[in-house]
Design a protein around this ligand. Structure first.
Ligand code: HEC
Length: 144
C-alpha cells in the first residue's frame, strides 16, 4: 500500500468510528435519575440499540467478560449473590429478576456504562462492544 492509500484508509476508518460513536453515545445523559432512591436510567437511554441482540457469538463473549469482571458481585448465575457483593449496600442487582429484565437493553447499557456506587462505571474499562455483549449475555438470565 502506498502512503496516499494508507492515509485514505486512516481517514475512512476515523470517519467510520465517528459515525459509530455518534449513533451509540448520542443523547446519553450522564446524571443518574433517582426515584425513591431506585436507580433509573434516563428515558433517552431506551433509544440506544443493541447491535448484538440475540447474537450467539456476542453472548459467548459477554459470558467470558461477565465471569471475569461481574460474577464476583452479581454471582455466577446472575442472582446478585457473588462473594464480593455480600456486604455491599445496596446489594448487587439480581439479573434474573423482573425488575432488571423489564428494562430496555439501552437502560442496562447506560447503567453499566455510567455506574453507581458501589459499582464502577465501565465506560473506560470496557469497550462499547463489550458492554453490548454483556447486555446480550444478561438476557440469558431471564427466567423462562
Ligand atoms: C463491586 C461489585 C460489583 C461489580 C464488580 C459489578 N457490579 Fe453491577 N452492580 C453492583 C451493585 C451494588 C448494583 C446495584 C446498584 C444500585 O442499585 O444502586 C449493581 C447494578 C448493576 C446494574 C443495574 C441493574 C438494575 O438493578 O437496574 C447493571 C446492569 C450491572 N450492575 C451490570 C454489571 C456488569 C455488566 C458488571 C461487570 C462488567 C458489573 N455490574 C459488575 C455491584 C457490582
Amino acid at each position: 500500500m502506498n502512503l496516499i492509500k494508507k492515509r485514505t484508509a486512516t481517514v475512512a476508518l476515523a470517519a467510520a468510528m465517528l459515525v459509530l460513536y455518534s449513533f451509540t453515545e448520542k443523547g446519553m445523559e450522564h446524571a443518574p435519575v433517582l426515584q425513591n432512591n431506585d436507580w433509573v436510567a434516563p428515558k433517552s437511554a431506551d433509544n440506544l440499540k443493541n447491535p448484538f441482540k440475540g447474537d450467539e457469538t456476542a453472548i459467548k463473549k459477554g459470558k467470558i467478560t461477565y465471569q471475569n469482571m461481574c460474577a464476583i458481585c452479581h454471582g455466577d448465575k446472575g442472582k446478585g449473590d457473588g462473594m464480593a457483593g455480600m456486604s455491599l449496600k445496596p446489594k448487587p442487582s439480581n439479573f434474573t429478576s423482573e425488575k432488571v429484565q423489564s428494562q430496555s437493553d439501552g437502560a442496562l447499557f447506560w447503567k453499566m456504562t455510567t455506574g453507581r456506587a458501589p459499582m464502577a462505571g465501565y465506560k473506560d474499562i470496557l469497550t462499547e462492544e463489550q458492554r453490548w455483549q454483556l447486555v446480550s449475555y444478561l438476557r440469558t438470565f431471564k427466567k423462562q
